[in-house]
Design a protein around this ligand. Structure first.
Ligand SMILES: N[C@@H](CCC(=O)N[C@@H](CS)C(=O)NCC(=O)O)C(=O)O
Length: 233
């Protein structure tokens, strides 16, 4: 059985994992869920009680949550080293360093912006304070990422890897919230533009937008209800 990735829309971090599956070049399936409604309700809560996407149903039919865990699952199957590097190499260590940086502080920095957007009972003063905190955090993480980056076209050189997949899923949040001036972070901006031009990312964005898109590796979408039925069986 092919692995099934549950990805969220709109603006889900999981869009990057869809691109990673394309780069990996092995058959997979997808399940699409709405991040405002379906992710916090039955039947999805039976699959992931924390009500978050992404979720991977592995080739053994076992659920696996958390972006980093899913990325490491993909890395373990990347025998051709298309999106990762041989274990016990400097490049593999640096890949993990980027993945951890991106999945922790870089992703979490935007949290106050989401809180300001979603907390219906917050006062306008609270929302303004949270947005100011978000702006400071997002710019801090962008400054650090800009300083970490080398001169290559991608985070780890000449080809996109799992680090670029994690990056592209969440980097657009800073633009959505108008948290940064892209001109302040030219390497980050160039990477974002390059990745958004990549066929696999364009494919993942099209799926996220609900547009019809096909690829030789995508064996189809599994409706959420069917996924939940299979898990219960
Ligand atoms: N630690 C989790 C966080 C996942 C996460 O926050 N997902 C967001 C979408 S990008 C979500 O499901 N939000 C729905 C909600 O919190 O209600 C991971 O890295 O996978």
């Amino acid at each position: 059985m092919e692995p099934i990735l549950v990805y969220g829309h709109p603006l889900g971090s999981s869009m990057g994992l869809v691109a990673a599956l394309e780069w990996l070049g092995q058959p997979y399936r997808l399940t699409r869920i709405d991040l405002f409604t379906e992710v916090r309700a039955e039947p999805y809560l039976r699959l992931n009680g924390r009500g978050e996407a992404p979720l991977l149903i592995t080739d053994r039919g076992e659920p696996l949550t958390e972006t980093l865990a899913i990325a490491l699952w993909l890395e373990a199957r990347d025998t051709e080293r298309r999106i990762s590097f041989a274990p016990d190499t400097r490049q593999a260590d640096l890949l993990h360093q980027y993945m951890a940086f991106l999945n922790t502080g870089f992703t979490a920095a935007v949290g106050p912006y989401w809180a300001a957007m979603e907390a219906a009972d917050a006062t306008s003063e609270q929302q303004a304070a949270w947005r100011a905190l978000g702006r400071r955090q997002v710019n801090d993480r962008h400054r650090k990422l800009e300083a970490m980056m080398g001169e290559g076209p991608y985070l780890l050189g000449e080809r996109p890897t799992l680090a670029d997949a994690l990056f592209v899923g969440v980097a657009r949040w800073a633009d959505f919230h108008q948290a940064i001036d892209p001109a302040d972070y030219p390497k980050v901006a160039a990477l974002k533009a390059r990745l958004h031009d990549d066929p696999a990312v364009r494919f993942a964005l099209a799926l996220e937008a609900g547009e019809p898109a096909t690829s030789p590796m995508l064996m189809g979408h599994v409706p959420l209800e069917e996924l939940a039925r299979r898990a219960a069986a």
